[in-house]
Every structure is written in C-alpha cells, then in structure tokens.
Design a protein around this ligand. Structure first.
Ligand code: HXC
Length: 256
C-alpha cells in the first residue's frame, strides 16, 4: 500500500493525514479509497473514540485530482462510481474533526464538509472553484454548502468559484473555529482529546441527530432527536454522567 494517507493512533484518536504534498493533496481515486478504508478501520475499532482528518500547512486538499478527470468521458465518470466512497464517509458513526490549513477547494472543501467539527488555520483558503475548470461541485458541494451557509453564500461561491478566507468561512458558518496558523493541528487534536472524555454512545447519537437535521423536516427531526435522547437513558454512561455531576467528580464513560 502506498503512503498517500498516513495514519496513526494517538491515545484513542485515529489520525488520518492526506499526504500528496506535490499536488497540494489533490484527491485521486486511490487516495480516496485509502482514506475511506482508514476511516472505516477507525470506526470499527472499539479503542478509538474519534478521528482527526488533516493535511499539511499548505493544503488540506486542493480538490479532486484534475489529471484523473481531464480526458474522462461521461461514461467513464459514471462507471468509476467514485461517489460510493463519499457515501461511505457519510456512514462513519464516530465524530470526525478536520484540521484545515491552506487550500480546501472543490472536493477538498466537500471532504471538509463531511467532517463534524472544522478547526481552520487563519491561513485556510476555501471554496468551490470547479466552475473555473468548466464543471461544478459533484461531492455534495451544491447541497451541503447551501445547507451550511444558505443560498446567497452558496451561489456566490459556486457560481464565481472565488476563494474565501478562514475568517469569512467562520462568519458564514462553514468552519467551527479559526486559530493561528501554528496552532491548528494542536487545537484540532485538543478537541479530539475532549471528545475522548465524553460518552462515545452519546457522541454517536448526537452526531446522528445533528446530521438528521439535513435530511428531514423540523417536526420529524425533533421526533428523531427525542427518541435518541430517550435511548440514552438505557446506557450506563447516562447514569455515570449524571451521578458524577451530583457527586462533583469527573465522569468516566465506559461506552455502555
Ligand atoms: C491535480 C493539482 C490540483 C488538483 C493543484 N495541483 N491542485 N493537481 N488536481 N486539484 C497541482 C498543480 O498542478 C501543481 O503541479 C501543484 O499541485 C502545485 O500547484 P500550483 O498551481 O503550482 O500552486 P499555486 O500556484 O500555489 O496554486 C494553488 C491553487 C491551484 C490555487 C490551489 O493549484 C489550483 O487552482 N488548483 C486547482 C483547484 C481546483 O480547481 N480544485 C477543484 C478540482 S475539481 P505541478 O506539477 O505543476 O507542480 C473537484 C471536483 C470534485 O474538486 C468532484 C468530487 C470528487
């Protein structure tokens, strides 16, 4: 296996790093397959509580690999069925924190939007520039971006292809936090460490419930949330969390 996705486990955090620096971490098919396999491995590992997805200082990912697509026909693109991999990322149950520095463009921005919490360096440059190369977003950009930031912002980014700064992305609601460049990775890791102290089952259901908001009406979403909330009262973690609060100590969640 090549090393286009570097993985390591830090405490109970599964770290995946996109590693194609020469092409600004452009995502080709093999890289995406390796990435999805790594995330699925972390998701299936009971010792892992959450994941950190990152790139390097210069790029989180500058999009899908354009050299892969330049001469492809419509039939080639359909037969590749590359979006099946993206669907698999959507099914990852544990929280994914993105540590984003430099470019997060096109498929890179879409990958970032598949993550649950986004910690951006103030150097991050985000956007959906596909229009500049004669296409449009294909991995959820028109849909997730619109739901995240609304029609006005999404039309601006998707139709002009312009890049925005991390601060603008924060103001639009596209990233969770912006931190100084030298701290983005450390801050993303810190968030992961915090998640590791939470109940894994509550994290999983809370993530599921927030994502449900993208798929349903408010009434259906509220109903769904309520059922998941009730479900948590069948866990030891709920008892531990509430008792620890009353006993003025830190809870220890076993994930049961
Ligand atoms: C392939 C890429 C690439 C990409 C950069 N490179 N982005 N190769 N696919 N998406 C390569 C360049 O060809 C170059 O290779 C090297 O990375 C460094 O890039 P430069 O352009 O020299 O760097 P710079 O001048 O700093 O400009 C950075 C940049 C620019 C603004 C990010 O590279 C750029 O515009 N990249 C394309 C961004 C884009 O259009 N993304 C959307 C792709 S379509 P050499 O060999 O010359 O050193 C997409 C559709 C998703 O994502 C659909 C779902 C999967």
């Amino acid at each position: 296996m090549s090393d286009e996705i570097l993985t390591e486990v830090i405490d109970r955090i599964g770290v995946a790093r996109i590693n194609r620096p020469k092409v600004l971490n452009a995502l080709n098919l093999a890289t995406m397959e390796q990435l999805v396999e790594a995330l699925e491995r972390f998701d299936a590992d009971p010792d892992i509580r959450c994941m950190l997805l990152t790139g390097n200082e210069r790029a989180f990912a500058a999009g899908a690999d354009i050299t892969d697509m330049t001469d492809a026909s419509m039939v080639d693109m359909v037969q590749r069925n590359q979006f099946a991999r993206w669907e698999r990322i959507k099914r990852i149950a544990k929280p994914i924190v993105a540590g984003v520095s430099g470019y997060a463009l096109g498929g890179g921005c879409e990958l970032m939007m598949h993550c649950d919490i986004v910690i951006a360096s103030e150097t991050a440059r985000l956007g959906q520039p596909e229009i500049n190369i004669g296409v449009m977003p294909g991995a959820g950009g028109t849909q997730r971006l619109t739901r995240a930031i609304g029609k006005a912002g999404a039309m601006d980014l998707v139709l002009t292809g312009r890049m925005i700064s991390a601060r603008e992305a924060l103001a639009m609601g596209l990233v969770s936090r912006v931190v100084p460049a030298e701290h983005y990775y450390e801050e993303a890791l810190k968030v992961c460490h915090e998640l590791c102290t939470r109940s894994p089952i509550a994290l999983r259901l809370a993530k599921e419930s927030v994502l449900k908001a993208f798929e349903t009406t408010l009434a259906e979403g509220l109903e769904y949330e309520r059922k998941l909330f009730y479900m948590l009262f069948a866990t030891d973690d709920q008892k531990e969390g509430m008792r620890a609060f009353l006993e003025k100590r830190q809870p220890v969640f076993a994930g049961r």
